[in-house]
Write a protein that binds this ligand. Structure first.
Ligand SMILES: [Mn+2]
Length: 246
């Protein structure tokens, strides 16, 4: 059995979700052979060295719980999202998780999946894509990570506030900016051999049927975690089923 989650956005401001996720890692997830976290596990990640400063215990608690799950024999896989795109080798070493490239093809004996966070397909949001291109460059990341931690935290806070303001603006009439672009998605499905596509990011959980080049392709959008509830998508070897976590 394989579990998929995304968009938990954990931080010190989400104590209920943090507790729910720790409970999930110590319980439900133990029954799986593998866990795939498809981006935005954390609301922000300003560098792996942040783990050494115990000012905010949330990150350290989650990393230790991932480690315990990995040590229990569950394959833990983490993809970076648009919030925690700076997760690096230090995080991987501490958590026992394998960092996945985005996109990632998951070939199982019975089925083929392609996994992505999903933000790369939101091509209508030109401003975001420009920031994405810039912030994924090694030069930008090296310059950012060279700044003192306190300054990185301040920049991350400012970016979050700007993102929230942008979201409110987009929700007021330009909602399409916050969803994947139809053409880009079709190209993506074609490029990846019409594999079943699982992604998050948009916070619009659904199962979409696509017909691409006459071939039926399923696209499963994971639910974000909010309030006191989360969700995982379960592959039992034959089908995908959503499971609500409270
Ligand atoms: Mn996201």
């Amino acid at each position: 059995m394989i579990l998929f989650v995304s968009d938990l956005h954990l931080s010190a401001q989400t104590p209920e979700l943090n507790a729910l996720f720790l409970q999930f890692l110590g319980g439900r997830a133990r029954a799986a052979e593998a866990l795939y976290i498809l981006g935005d596990l954390f609301e922000y990640w300003v560098g792996d060295d942040d783990l050494d400063t115990p000012a905010d215990p949330t990150h350290a608690a989650v990393v230790s719980a991932l480690r315990r799950l990995a040590d229990a024999g569950v394959a833990v896989n983490v993809m970076r999202g648009n919030r925690d795109f700076l997760l690096g080798d230090g995080f991987a070493a501490a958590s026992g998780a394998r960092l996945l490239p985005d996109p990632y093809v998951l070939s199982l004996p019975a089925w083929q999946f392609v996994l992505s966070h999903g933000d790369a397909l939101c091509t209508d949001d030109r401003d975001y894509q420009a920031f994405r291109a810039q912030s994924r460059s090694p030069e930008w990341q090296a310059a950012f990570l060279a700044k003192p931690l306190a300054e990185r935290h301040a920049i991350a806070r400012a970016l979050r506030e700007r993102s929230e303001a942008g979201k409110a603006q987009k929700a007021g009439g330009a909602d399409y900016l916050m969803d994947v672009n139809a053409g880009a998605t079709e190209d993506f499905l074609r490029t990846h051999g019409y594999a079943t596509f699982i992604h998050g990011h948009t916070h619009k959980p659904a199962m979409h049927d696509h017909i691409v080049d006459g071939i039926h392709v399923e696209r499963w959008v994971l639910a974000d975690w909010h309030g006191a509830a989360g969700e995982c998508l379960v592959w039992d070897g034959e089908r995908l089923v959503r499971e609500r976590l409270t």
